[in-house]
Design a protein around this ligand. Structure first.
Ligand code: AMP
Length: 433
């Protein structure tokens, strides 16, 4: 166990500091724009749900449920779990509030959310115990058009963010009708090379052979590479659906790679599975993963309801953008720095006037800062204040000293050109264009 130190965040959990948080805001704003253009509405979900939602909605046989959930009993004796992902909660909310299929109430089943997810994983670069996802779900639409839309949405989001070097990887995992046959083919392949598999995969072999395909250990990887592909074993419906998805991606000019090892190993995941990988992320190289889950609603006790969606990791998106030197837009900065020239405390009125002007500019929608308002020591020298104005990146300095006070003026200085001019106190705003 880690050393307990209440002055430090728990292992695997981190603060997103101001040096980074403005980049997150840029990512989320950009994502929100894409959602609007694709017709998705934002929803805010609780961060904890009944544990059963995840055991049934993510699946008992997944690593997430078996090993990674933060589960606790509340004071009322209920078993609750911090959400390890958002899809199950999305489906639960949609069932609870009838969010799907009532177009007259604007409920088209197209939803997105973002927020923290929690998994007890081994922390490493790009992998945290509290991490953030943008989650998009298209509920109630069984058509392959929805799969293509969701994949296109994720790709468009990354395009707008300026991410480079990405690859869309797709596969189909069939459905409960055709999967048993594929399972048999996998079991027989893996059994024939059983001695080469890792301990965990040996345990999975009969129970969930699809997950052996997913194993990243080199010994299993080699065997999984030789495993039979699902193509040719899909039922007519799944095969037709897959063809339509591929045709749609081609129609929209999205290059993709087929990967027979990309799977979601549970019965309620159906048909499409996909990921978007970054060539710049190392081992944890997925920026986004998703697929179709037409049987998930029933598995949590709801009526049949189709669904397809994806989750993208915000931590990783920001990491890749930083690595690729992609722009996050302009960092928020004060437009104006108000400088009080009070001659070593001899003119407190200048400071008072600076306070009034700073507040006035702010209420007019102009980002303004003043001495003492930026974690520095208040009542600093004129020179120190001018230096701060430069270092916070202000475009303008508004200078107030005894002379300005007397004439009811402000000296407005353009910090880029060095030009300055006296301006009536009431007119400052109009000189800041
Ligand atoms: P998943 O829900 O496992 O399909 O993951 C979807 C996306 O969330 C991944 O492609 C990653 O970008 C991100 N992600 C998943 N787990 C973590 C984690 N532990 N730390 C950071 N990002 C994660």
């Amino acid at each position: 166990m880690d050393d307990m130190d209440s002055r430090k965040a728990p292992r695997g959990v981190r603060d997103i500091l101001p040096v980074e948080s403005w980049k997150w805001a840029y990512v989320l704003n950009t994502a929100a724009g894409v959602m609007t253009h694709f017709g998705y509405s934002e929803i805010h979900l609780p961060v904890f749900e009944h544990t059963e939602l995840f055991t049934r909605g993510v699946g008992d046989a997944t690593d997430i449920v078996e090993k990674e959930m933060y589960t606790f009993t509340d004071r009322g004796g209920r078993s609750l779990t911090l959400r390890p992902e958002a899809t199950a909660g999305m489906v639960r909310a949609s069932l609870e509030h009838g969010l799907c299929g009532d177009l007259s109430r604007g409920q088209n089943g197209k939803l997105w959310c973002w927020g923290p997810m929690f998994r007890y994983e081994r922390p490493q670069k790009g992998r945290y115990r509290q991490f953030f996802q943008i989650d998009v779900e298209c509920l109630g639409l069984p058509s392959p058009v929805a799969d293509v839309e969701v994949i296109a949405l994720s790709a468009e989001m990354f395009r707008r963010l300026g991410l480079k070097n990405l690859e869309v990887v797709v596969n189909s995992v069939g459905c409960p009708k055709c999967r048993p046959q594929y399972r048999e083919a996998l079991i027989s392949h893996f059994t024939s090379r059983k001695e080469g598999l890792c301990e965990t995969c040996l345990g999975r072999l009969e129970r969930n052979p699809l997950r052996v395909l997913d194993c990243k250990k080199p010994e299993c990887s080699a065997i999984a590479n030789d495993a039979p592909a699902v193509y040719g074993r899909l039922c007519e419906e799944c095969a037709g659906h897959f063809e339509e998805v591929k045709a749609g991606l081609t129609r929209l000019n999205f290059p993709y790679r087929l990967d027979k090892r990309l799977v979601r190993g549970l019965d309620y995941y159906t048909k499409t599975a996909y990921e978007i990988l970054s060539g710049d992320l190392g081992a944890q190289n997925a920026v986004c993963g998703g697929g179709r889950y037409d049987n998930l609603s029933e598995s949590i006790g709801g009526p049949p309801m189709a669904g397809v969606g994806f989750a993208a990791g915000i931590d990783r998106i920001v990491m890749v953008m930083e690595q690729q030197g992609v722009s996050f837009g302009e960092k928020p900065r004060p437009q104006v720095y108000v400088v009080a020239q009070d001659g070593a405390g001899s003119c407190p009125e200048a400071r008072n006037a600076a306070q009034v002007l700073t507040h006035r500019l702010r209420t007019k929608g102009i980002a303004a800062e003043q001495d003492g308002g930026d974690a520095s020591h208040a009542a600093r020298s004129f020179k120190a204040q001018m230096k701060s104005a430069g270092s916070v990146g202000a475009t303008w300095a508004c200078i107030i000293g005894p002379e300005e006070l007397e004439k009811k003026l402000i000296t407005v200085k353009n910090l880029q050109t060095g030009e300055q001019a006296p301006v009536p106190f009431e007119d400052v705003e109009s000189h800041l264009a």
